[in-house]
Design a protein around this ligand. Structure first.
Ligand code: MRU
Length: 341
């Protein structure tokens, strides 16, 4: 099967799968400006922490071309890119890596383009590696629950949570998957369900509120979700609804795993309280496809992410091994360049 490539660079342009219109239409969306990349991230043409990071790397490359030799203008544009969405640390991580590279290579555009290509290539490789590592937590015939979309679409290839699931399926582990629809943007229904079908995995879509019942009834063997930012103590920000899932999992003794590349760890954030949580437009909740589903003017609370405390997490599957408790000590080992056994 042909790999799904959410982030590509072709003929001087960033080429993104337009994730706003899947699954009814599969179309590419192109840009060759920093502002275009900013808008693509803000409006969720591209979404998912590692995919945002990959797209932003090309945004920084365009910023350099547009800055016409002015370092200040390049930096201003890069800092602007970082503000497109606040929660996924991969965005800041990637743009800062591009800024550091620019300084180191004397602001040479070709070098910066190579760096963006490396960010995308490395992300795919990290995801394949962590997916192989993640196989150790799955037994033949397991039923896995996932939330939001942490697949190839959310990354620069293969996927994280859905990457582990993809690898398990391709290894013949005969798994079944339940996918939460993920209100309000429906990444689970529109994107994860689409990826699971493309891959030929036995999958069932559920309303988010059905998950606790399935967990209580013993119909879920384990839960695997992605991450937008992991703090130094293992607290993890991911799509809204992940925290509730972790509570149900803990109450009924179901293992709860995060799958993420180490680029999603924010070593400078002490704990989950310091993770900025994006609040999005109220119409995401009040409307579906432009049709009102709530009275006009209704107040809304629409945080896009929540934080799962590390106490609720069984393990964090990374390309450097699975991080188990004590998370703070083991995350520090990763920071020091260790690979976990
Ligand atoms: O708002 P989104 O669609 O960007 O949120 C995506 C998620 O929460 C994913 O689970 C997370 O980014 C991990 S993607 C590998």
């Amino acid at each position: 099967m042909e790999d799904i490539k959410a982030v590509q660079f072709e003929n001087g342009k960033l080429k993104l799968i337009d994730q706003r219109i899947l699954p009814s239409r599969f179309e590419y969306w192109y840009t060759d400006t920093e502002e275009g990349v900013f808008e693509a991230i803000r409006t969720m043409i591209v979404r998912g922490a590692p995919a945002i990071g990959g797209a932003a790397a090309y945004g920084a490359y365009f910023a350099l071309l547009e800055a016409n030799g002015s370092k200040e203008e390049f930096e201003r544009k890069c800092l602007h890119l970082i503000t497109a969405r606040p929660t996924a640390v991969n965005l800041e991580w990637s743009v800062k890596r591009m800024m550091a590279k620019a300084e180191q290579c004397g602001y040479a555009p070709n070098e910066l383009l190579k760096e963006a290509d490396s960010i995308v290539k490395e992300d795919r490789e990290m995801n394949i590696k962590l997916s192989e590592i993640g196989l150790s937590v799955i037994r033949k015939g397991d039923t896995i629950l996932t939330h939001c979309n942490a697949g190839a679409l959310a990354t620069c290839g293969w996927g994280t949570a859905l990457g582990v699931i993809r690898s398990a399926h391709r290894s013949g582990l005969d798994i079944k998957v339940y996918a939460d629809e993920t209100r309000p943007r429906l990444q689970g229904a529109r994107l994860t369900a689409w990826e699971l079908k493309e891959e030929g995995i036995d999958a069932t879509l559920i309303p988010d509120s059905a998950a606790a019942t399935l967990i209580r009834d013993g119909r879920i063997d384990l839960i695997i979700v992605g991450a937008d930012r992991i703090s130094a103590d293992g607290d993890t920000a991911n799509k809204l609804g992940t925290f509730a899932l972790s509570i149900a999992a803990k109450a009924y003794g179901v293992p709860f795993y995060i799958a993420a590349p180490t680029s999603t760890i924010d070593f400078s954030t002490k704990d989950g309280k310091d993770i900025p949580i994006e609040e999005r437009d109220w119409d995401e909740v009040r409307m579906i496809e432009g049709i009102d589903i709530a009275p006009k003017g209704m107040k809304v609370y629409n945080p896009s992410f929540d934080v799962t405390p590390h106490e609720n997490i069984t393990g964090i599957i990374t390309e450097k091994g699975i991080i188990y408790p004590p998370f703070d000590k083991n995350i520090e080992r990763i920071r020091n360049g260790e690979t976990l056994g």
